[in-house]
Design a protein around this ligand. Structure first.
Ligand SMILES: [Zn+2]
Ligand SMILES: [Zn+2]
Length: 425
C-alpha cells in the first residue's frame, strides 16, 4: 500500500514538474473550474437547447461549431442524441414515454440516475430517428464527434493535466460531473417536481426558486417558463428572474454572431385547401338591396369545436414528421380558426393569412383584389392540416351595413413551397 502511495506521489511530482501552472492558489483552480462549467452550461442552453432543439436562435457557423466542439470535449454528447431526447421529452412530457419524468420515474431516480435514463433514450434508435432531424450530419460529426465521443473528455483530461498539473485531474472530475448533475438531475428532475409555476402548462414543469439556480444553469432553471413558450429565445419572463443564456445571446447578437429566428425564416405549413373548404362553409350570399332580413349575430362556438376548422402553421423546421399531435410539437404553432376569422368582419382570408401568419406573403399582381396570390415558405414534411367533417354548426358572421359578407370570397390562386436547409445555423 505504501508503495502504491509512493508511486502516485512520484507520478504527481512528475506531472507537476512538466505542467504549465501547477502551483496556483487553490481558489484559482476553483474559479477556473466554475468558469469552465459555466461555459459548458451556456453551450448546452444556447446551442443544444435553444438553437438546435427549438430553433429559436441561430449562430454564426464559426460560433456554432466552437460550441459544438466545446460540448464534445466537455460532455461527450452528440448533438443529435441530446436534441432527440429533449424533443422526445417535450412531445411526451410527464407521460410514460417521457425519457426522464420524475412524475413517472420518481424524483430520486431522476436526480441520482438521470444520466442513465438519458442514455437509455439516447440509444433508442426510434427516438433518434423520429426526433433527431435537422441536427448536424457533416463529416466531422459522422467521423469524429459521434463515433469518438469519448475522445473529447480524454482530450480535456490531457489538457487539464498539462496546464494545471495534478489539480487538473480534480478539475476534470468536477467538469465531467457538471452536466450529468445539473442537466440530467437538477433540470430534468427538480424542474418537474419542485419550485414555482408562472404558467399553468399541461405538465408538471417548475421554475426553481432562487436566482442562483438560474445563474448556475444559464437560465435553464426557469423550466416552467420554457415549457410555456418553448421556442422563445428568452426564458426569464417575470421581474427578478435571471437568464444568463439570453444575456450571452444578446451579446453575440450585438456582435452580429447570433440572431433570433425571424418570421421570414420560419418554415410554414398551411392547409390552404382546407381553408378554402372552410371558406365555402363560411361564405354567405351578398346582401340583397332592400332586403329586410335582420342582421345575423355572431354565434358562440363551443370550445370543443373551436379548433376543428382551423389553419395551423407549424414552425420552425422539420422535426417530427407527420402524425405528431399538435399539442406535442415542440415549436411554435400558429393557428387561426373559423371562429377567429368570423370575428373579423370584412377580413378576407388572404388578409388574415398575410397579416397574421409568419412567412405568408400576398400580392395582387393579377389586379384582382378578390383573387390574390398567396405565397408561403414551407418545409415539405411540416405541412399539416386539420378539419373534421363532424362540426355540427357553421360559424356565421355579422352582416350589418357596410360589412363584407363573405369573408372567404378570395381564393388564393397560387401557392409555392420551398424546403429549407436544416444545417448548423
Ligand atoms: Zn421539461
Ligand atoms: Zn426545451
Amino acid at each position: 500500500m505504501t508503495a502504491v502511495l509512493d508511486s502516485l506521489a512520484a507520478l504527481g511530482s512528475w506531472i507537476n514538474a512538466h505542467a504549465l501552472l501547477p502551483r496556483l492558489p487553490l481558489w484559482s483552480y476553483a474559479l477556473i473550474t466554475l468558469a469552465d462549467t459555466h461555459v459548458t452550461s451556456a453551450c448546452v442552453t444556447l446551442y443544444l437547447h435553444r438553437a438546435q432543439t427549438h430553433r429559436s436562435i441561430s449562430f454564426h457557423p464559426l460560433v456554432a461549431h466552437l460550441m459544438r466542439f466545446w460540448l464534445w470535449v466537455r460532455t461527450a454528447m452528440p448533438t443529435r442524441e441530446w436534441v432527440a431526447v429533449h424533443r422526445c421529452h417535450h412531445a411526451n412530457v410527464d407521460t410514460p414515454e417521457d425519457p426522464h419524468s420524475p412524475i413517472v420515474f420518481g424524483i430520486w431516480r431522476v436526480v441520482l440516475f438521470g444520466t442513465s435514463l438519458y442514455h437509455t433514450a439516447a440509444h433508442d434508435r426510434a427516438v433518434i430517428e423520429q426526433y433527431g432531424k435537422g441536427t448536424p450530419d457533416d463529416a466531422i460529426e459522422r467521423r469524429v464527434y459521434t463515433p469518438l465521443s469519448l475522445l473529447g473528455p480524454t482530450l480535456t483530461l490531457g489538457s487539464n493535466v498539462w496546464i494545471f498539473g495534478s489539480w487538473g485531474i480534480a478539475m476534470w472530475l468536477f467538469e465531467m460531473a457538471w452536466i450529468p448533475f445539473f442537466a440530467a438531475g437538477v433540470i430534468n428532475g427538480l424542474g418537474h417536481w419542485w419550485g414555482y409555476r408562472n404558467f399553468e402548462t399541461p405538465d408538471h414543469s417548475r421554475n426553481l426558486p432562487g436566482q442562483y439556480w438560474s445563474l448556475l444553469t444559464c437560465g435553464e432553471a426557469l423550466h416552467n417558463n420554457h415549457h410555456h413558450i418553448q421556442n422563445s429565445p428568452r426564458f426569464a419572463m417575470r421581474p427578478g428572474e435571471l437568464d444568463p443564456g439570453y444575456w450571452y445571446f444578446c451579446a453575440l447578437k450585438a456582435l452580429k454572431l447570433a440572431r433570433a429566428r425571424q418570421e421570414s425564416q420560419v418554415a410554414v405549413a398551411i392547409a390552404l385547401l382546407l381553408l378554402l373548404t372552410s371558406a365555402s362553409a363560411l361564405a354567405q350570399p351578398p346582401a340583397t338591396p332592400g332586403s329586410k332580413e335582420p342582421p345575423q349575430a355572431v354565434e358562440p362556438i363551443d370550445d370543443a369545436l373551436k379548433y376543428r376548422d382551423s389553419v395551423e402553421v407549424v414552425g420552425v423546421t422539420p422535426i417530427h414528421g407527420i402524425g405528431l399531435p399538435i399539442v406535442k410539437v415542440p415549436s411554435n404553432v400558429q393557428v387561426t380558426t373559423a371562429a377567429d376569422i368570423a370575428g373579423r368582419p370584412g377580413a378576407q382570408i388572404g388578409d388574415v393569412l398575410v397579416s397574421g401568419f409568419g412567412s405568408v406573403h400576398g400580392n395582387e399582381v393579377q389586379s384582382n383584389p378578390f383573387q390574390p396570390d398567396i405565397q408561403f415558405r414551407a418545409s415539405a414534411d411540416a405541412i399539416r392540416s386539420r378539419r373534421t367533417s363532424r362540426c355540427p354548426r357553421t360559424p356565421r358572421i355579422s352582416s350589418g351595413p357596410g360589412t363584407r359578407r363573405s369573408a372567404f370570397s378570395a381564393k388564393p390562386t397560387m401557392c409555392s413551397a420551398r424546403s429549407f436547409g436544416t444545417g448548423d445555423s
